[in-house]
Ligand binder design. Structure first.
Ligand SMILES: [Zn+2]
Length: 70
């Protein structure tokens, strides 16, 4: 039990939080985007997964402690 508690404490002090931009996606660190490609003379949209710019594909960002205190 002591080990579990230690892990829990680590989580509380983890300076990283789930990236709000991509945490709800199936692929952490990536966000759905749309691209177009020409098919028979017309542009067809298709979904692509791109690296999340907010977290640089990490799926988590560094917590902004100062901002929370404000
Ligand atoms: Zn992200």
């Amino acid at each position: 039990m002591g080990k579990v508690k230690a892990l829990y404490m680590d989580a509380q002090e983890n300076p990283f939080i789930a990236c709000p931009e991509c945490k709800d996606t199936d692929r952490h660190g990536q966000v759905p985007s749309e691209e177009f490609k020409w098919v028979c003379g017309i542009q067809e949209p298709f979904e692509v997964w791109v690296e999340c710019e907010n977290c640089k594909g990490l799926g988590e960002i560094e917590r902004d402690w100062e901002d929370e205190d404000a």
